[in-house]
Design a protein around this ligand. Structure first.
Ligand SMILES: [Zn+2]
Length: 236
């Protein structure tokens, strides 16, 4: 630990020296890119009861924490709706997300049914952005971008070898969000193949499984950031 810290301090000193010697050049401003992670449920709302007696709220928080640290390590600014086993109502979650002016918002859920990862975009019909969008249907102006985000998440998860189910659903948690938003529901991993039966090969509380899902979601969000920056650069 000490060695590590000392190495960091030496590195920081070297960087400062380099900065002092470098000619002053204006740094290109990086476009803002914020991701909101919404660990669904919490506090007195346990969500679904999972097979080993764990509550859904515990898995969603674990996934949020993993994904947050992966994104932060890649320089992505993350806003979370909760960091502990706290009750946060849906309006408060939407307020947090909308205030963050997020480039992507993932609402995280967990279920024992199905397998792999289920992605849901809002079922609202796409609408033109309005100056004062109705709170309960704010997502309508973003549905097209949300479907594009779901597509990027889908590709990254498939690439990482997961079963993915894509769908649209009437989800109040998504419908008030004024940003590209997708509900990500993690289910146990069930290996395909005739001999595998239906026993999960990875359960929801398996740390390795959670880490693999978080890794694929982080890869998708990095891709989404590259796309966002490209769009920003192409703007006249
Ligand atoms: Zn849920």
């Amino acid at each position: 630990m000490c060695l590590h810290l000392c190495a960091l301090a030496a590195c920081a000193a070297a960087l400062q020296l380099a900065a002092a010697q470098a000619p002053l050049a204006p740094a290109a401003p990086q476009p803002r890119f914020v991701v909101v992670l919404d660990a669904a449920h919490g506090g007195d709302d346990p969500g679904g009861r999972l097979s080993n007696g764990q509550a859904e709220k515990t898995i969603t928080l674990a996934l949020s924490v993993r994904l947050r640290s992966l994104l932060a390590a890649r320089g992505i600014q993350v806003v979370t709706t909760r960091e502990s086993d706290a009750a946060v109502d849906l309006n408060r979650r939407a307020e947090l997300a909308n205030h963050a002016n997020a480039a992507a918002c993932l609402s995280l859920h967990a279920t024992e049914s199905g397998s792999g990862v289920h992605l849901f975009a809002s079922a609202l019909a796409p609408a033109q952005p309005a100056r004062f969008a109705a709170w309960k249907t704010a997502q309508a102006a973003w549905v097209t971008r949300s479907l594009a985000l779901a597509g990027v998440l889908n590709s990254a998860l498939l690439h990482a070898g997961f079963n993915v189910t894509l769908g649209r659903a009437a989800l109040p948690a998504l419908d008030s969000l004024a940003c590209p938003a997708v509900a990500v529901e993690i289910a146990p991993e069930i290996a395909s193949g005739r001999d595998s039966g239906h026993a999960p090969s990875a359960s929801l509380d398996d740390p390795g499984y959670q880490a693999r899902v978080a890794g694929a979601l982080a890869a998708a969000l990095l891709e989404w950031r590259t796309d966002a920056w490209r769009m920003e650069a192409a703007r006249p």
